[in-house]
Write a protein that binds this ligand. Structure first.
Ligand code: ZN
Length: 438
């Protein structure tokens, strides 16, 4: 069965950039846009041109430089916004105007101070204007998930008739639940006239930690575009994280038989680049791209990983562009990982020697969080004194290889010890240690 293709709409440069501490200048936006292009996203929302001169300039520069993906620009449902967006976009190979207008009663009453009838007319007129400038028009009823369903259908009918080609359904305040959001998408498919000619899109926020779950529920219900950001940055708790949506579909095609154009091995480089540009670090336990996403410390996990990475990894680090899995030497580590680390440093020990080093390692690891290379070398020296034996030094080439691997990774992350897991070393069953269990 052929898998349905999901359009990946990246809004890191627009919604993402609106998050505190994440603003970027034109050059930085261009750098990121190039990486988004390498990543293979289908649409780059490059900015909100009416918002500032900088936003206008960034959209214009990206439209002129990045030619493969669709370049979108945001506009409120007002003529000056739409005209400004078009000015910034018109040099693009594939431009898209993205018009939004709130439709929930709470937004109409308190924010916009307009009636439902005025909202309907404004939505229709602004889409008509956008359509007169650009063939590709996306419309978003802001706060859709808190909008009266009947009224939402009326507005969507009107904008489809006016020429919208994508209907984006935003859970602007991150309020929806997955099943509920799926039902909303389904109701739109059933109730909006001409829906078969337009693409339904999901735009989810993460206020309850459900942005990715809601996006996946929307896809299962028939949405064929997802709006997301690198590292899930965005207003408040952020947007749906692109890396999580893409990898959920890639790891579980049995439940989500969909494809994207994303080159997943570019996900980690994109995450790192964004973090470098904004200075906002990725949370260590962030799914897919966090520092600890492929790190293993618990002894039983490390032992399993050394036997077969599939024991504790559902995707390989390489598949998302992470160089290697990491076995972190800490108090939860076992003998197997410790022995391997010693080997990488050029030392090989028999069982009795390794027992002695391990005993000292456990005492030390209880006091400090990460055992680093120089600690390990000290332990080896001390153990020499006790056992009265000189550890065997590996053949030069092996020692050099071990050192090289270590120094390469230690430069970037001094407290983590990388161990390449793709060629498991000899395993000694009698040296297993499951002191700290699962
Ligand atoms: Zn948003």
């Amino acid at each position: 069965m052929e898998r349905a293709r999901i359009t990946v709409f990246d809004t890191t440069l627009r919604d993402g950039e609106q998050s505190p501490g994440c603003s970027m200048n034109v050059q930085e936006k261009l750098r990121l846009a190039h990486q988004l292009d390498r990543l293979g996203v289908d649409v780059i929302e490059a900015g909100f041109p009416i918002a500032s001169e900088g936003d206008f300039a960034a959209v214009q520069a990206i439209a002129a430089t990045i030619r493969r993906p669709i370049i979108a620009a945001l506009a409120r449902a007002y003529a000056p916004d739409i005209e400004r967006a078009w000015q910034a976009l018109k040099g693009a190979a594939r431009p898209r105007i993205h018009v939004f207008l709130a439709t929930s009663d709470i937004h109409l009453q308190y924010k916009l101070k307009i009636s439902r009838q005025q909202c309907l007319e404004q939505a229709r007129d602004s889409v008509r204007l956008a359509k007169s400038l650009c063939a590709d028009v996306e419309f978003s009823p802001e706060d859709a998930t808190r909008t009266d369903h009947e009224f939402l259908h009326v507005v969507l009918n009107a904008v489809v008739e006016a020429g919208a080609t994508t209907l984006n359904i935003p859970d602007t305040v991150g309020y929806s639940m997955p099943a509920e959001f799926g039902e909303l998408i389904q109701s739109i498919r059933q109730r909006v006239r001409g829906i078969e000619k337009v693409v339904i899109s999901a735009h989810c926020h993460n206020d309850l930690g459900l942005a990715v779950a809601n996006s996946l529920a929307a896809i299962a219900a028939g949405a064929r575009q997802v709006e997301c950001t690198i590292n899930g940055i965005g207003e408040r708790a952020g947007n749906a994280s692109m890396e999580e949506i893409v990898m959920a579909m890639r790891v579980r095609p049995d439940r989500y038989p969909y494809e994207t154009g994303v080159a997943s091995e570019q996900l980690f480089p994109a995450s790192q680049l964004l973090s470098e540009i904004t200075g906002v670090p990725v949370q260590p336990n962030k799914a897919v791209t966090g520092r600890n996403a492929f790190a293993h410390e618990a002894g039983i996990h490390q032992d399993g990983m050394l036997k077969n990475p599939l024991t504790y990894e559902i995707m390989t680090p390489h598949s998302v562009g992470v160089p290697d899995s990491k076995l972190v030497l800490g108090k939860h580590s076992g003998r197997h990982a410790l022995g391997l680390r010693c080997e990488q440093l050029g030392f090989q020990f028999d069982r009795r020697e390794l027992d002695e080093i391990y005993r000292r390692f456990v005492v030390l690891a209880d006091k400090i969080k990460h055992v680093e290379e120089h600690h390990l070398l000290e332990l080896i020296q001390q153990a020499r004194g006790v056992t009265g034996r000189v550890p065997t030094l590996h053949a030069d080439s092996a020692a050099v290889a071990g050192q090289k691997r270590f120094s390469k990774t230690s430069a970037a992350r001094p407290t983590e010890l990388n161990i390449t897991l793709h060629s498991p070393a000899d395993h000694h069953a009698d040296q297993e240690d499951y002191l700290w269990g699962v």
